[in-house]
Design a protein around this ligand. Structure first.
Ligand code: ADP
Ligand code: MG
Length: 481
């Protein structure tokens, strides 16, 4: 199995090609276990560490199992936050691109009308947050009769008090004949029991991931009094001098406060929490993903699932009161084989929460000592140098897969009765073009977007200026994204 990597799963060639471009040479442990089981359409409950590759463990079989010809959504993926919905959608698009799998993200605080239009198009996989998904199901704007696969990512969070009613309402609407999959790094027993209600004959998979596939996280606790927290943070960041760091606070107000103070101290920082405008949340996450600033101050909204390359440090400025949340917050570092450091501030009143957290972890988090004054002084120079330097930009996974892809715009769509098959039919008959060169197709009322793969975009663009589709000559341009 190990030698031929993903080939042993008999996956679609397009999927294999995408995995190659993503540099997924070999399945991770969780993928090796889960993919073959899901391909046989069995329900699964999967517990596997943060950063162990759970998204592709469901993303790959979903892309394999969904049929391109079907116009109605076949798979639904539920996530707790909007940022995670967008990330999972991107991951699925990257895996399914060459099989032309269309995935969309649907979440609250975005125009319902726009989503309604998007949902009318051909979509294979819908990813979203429960509230808005339920809303679309109830209003009849998300057609769910063909949904055969349901994934609940961060399952324990989703089946917890905050979400359970909505998730249950969604499940009750979906077809009974379906495959249900639950994924998380933490799955308390009561939640696992509850989940059986939604499954038939499922397989429980728990991966005790070996150290080779998941990076190591070095954990340390620093005792501090509430009043000294900020000074300790300054000392710790100077000595650690992180390249990329998330600082978690307990509340939105705490995030705002700390952000103000760090800005004043000229830290290259931004913030994210649920009280901000959605556009701002997305733009901060995007900039952090690209590595445009080094410190992100966040509430738990950034604790689950978010996969950003090379976060070197996670600092719990406020102790995570909900015990699972320690695992998720610190799991933002040490991903995909990389190492990381998790530093947690512990005030005397936090001690009672620490016990529960350590019980869940199954080990005692080592206590460290605050950096001594002379060490801080010595480290200051290097810290200042890095502080004023622009961070090097991080690689984006998407760019690797997007290489050689050009998006074309055509000035005709549904109103002209054009369908995806019409575009595939015409384009694949052009000289030197095959169906494998055609990527994702998005048909709107008056326009259509088609991804052309393998560097053939210019060629197709030229040819289509004088080639008709269903007897119609359309205007064609390279699309601005
Ligand atoms: P989890 O959901 O388990 O926390 P993710 O699915 O977000 O983890 O994956 C963590 C990282 O590992 C991502 O950056 C992903 O691109 C990468 N990854 C996933 N599968 C593989 C693989 N087979 N080979 C290399 N990298 C992988
Ligand atoms: Mg995940």
């Amino acid at each position: 199995m190990k030698q031929d990597g993903f080939k042993s799963f008999s996956l679609n060639d397009g999927i294999l090609r995408a995995l190659e471009q993503l540099k997924y040479d070999r399945p991770t442990e969780v993928q090796e276990k889960v993919i073959p089981i899901v391909l046989t359409k069995k329900d699964v409950v999967v517990k596997s560490k943060t950063g162990s590759g759970k998204t592709a463990a469901f993303g790959i079989p979903l892309c394999q199992l969904c049929e391109w010809d079907e116009n109605r959504p076949q798979a639904l993926v539920l996530t707790p936050t909007r940022e995670l919905a967008v990330q999972v959608k991107e991951d699925i698009l990257n895996i399914g691109r060459f099989k032309r799998m269309k995935a969309i993200a649907i979440f609250g605080k975005q125009s319902f009308e726009r989503q309604k239009i998007e949902l009318k198009q051909k979509n294979h996989i819908v990813v979203g947050t429960p509230g808005r998904i339920l809303d679309h199901i109830q209003k009849g704007t998300l057609v769910f009769d063909k949904i055969k696969y349901l994934v609940i990512d961060e399952a324990d969070d989703m089946l917890n008090m905050g979400f359970i009613d909505q998730v249950e309402a969604i499940i009750n609407e979906l077809p009974r004949e379906r495959v249900t999959m639950l994924f998380s790094a933490t799955l308390p027993e009561d939640i696992e029991k509850l989940s059986k209600k939604y499954m038939s004959n499922h397989e429980a998979i728990e991966i005790q991931t070996s150290k080779t596939t998941v990076g190591k996280i070095e954990h340390v606790l620093l005792e501090v009094n509430e009043a000294n927290k900020f000074n300790l943070l300054l000392d710790v960041t100077i000595v650690e001098n992180p390249d990329s760091c998330i600082i978690f606070c307990g509340t939105q107000e705490e995030v705002d406060n700390l952000y103000r103070k760090l800005k004043k101290a000229n830290y290259p920082c931004e913030k994210i929490h649920g009280g901000m405008k959605q556009e701002d949340r997305f733009s901060v996450m995007n900039d952090f993903r690209k590595g445009q600033f080094r410190y992100l101050i966040a509430t738990n909204v950034a604790a689950r699932g978010i996969d950003i390359a090379d976060i070197s440090h996670v600092i719990n400025y406020d102790f995570p009161y909900e015990k699972e949340s320690y695992v998720h917050r610190t799991g933002r570092t040490g991903r995909a084989g990389k190492n990381g450091k998790a530093i947690t501030f512990l005030t005397p009143s936090d001690e009672k929460y620490l016990k529960e957290t350590e019980q869940l972890l199954g080990y005692t988090i080592p206590r460290g000592t605050p950096p001594p004054h002379d060490e801080v002084i010595r480290a200051k120079d290097a810290f200042e140098k890095k502080r004023i330097k622009r961070p090097p930009l991080k690689n984006d996974k998407k760019d690797q897969v997007n290489e050689g892809i050009m998006k074309l715009y055509f000035n005709g769509g549904k109103k002209k009765k054009l369908r995806a098959v019409d575009f595939v039919g015409t384009l694949s008959k052009l000289p030197g073009v095959t169906a494998d060169d055609i990527g994702i197709i998005t048909i709107q009322e008056n326009s259509t977007f088609v991804d052309i793969l393998n560097g053939k975009g210019i060629h197709v663009l030229e040819k289509m200026k004088t080639t008709t589709i269903k007897g119609k000559q359309l205007k064609v341009y390279q699309a601005k994204e």
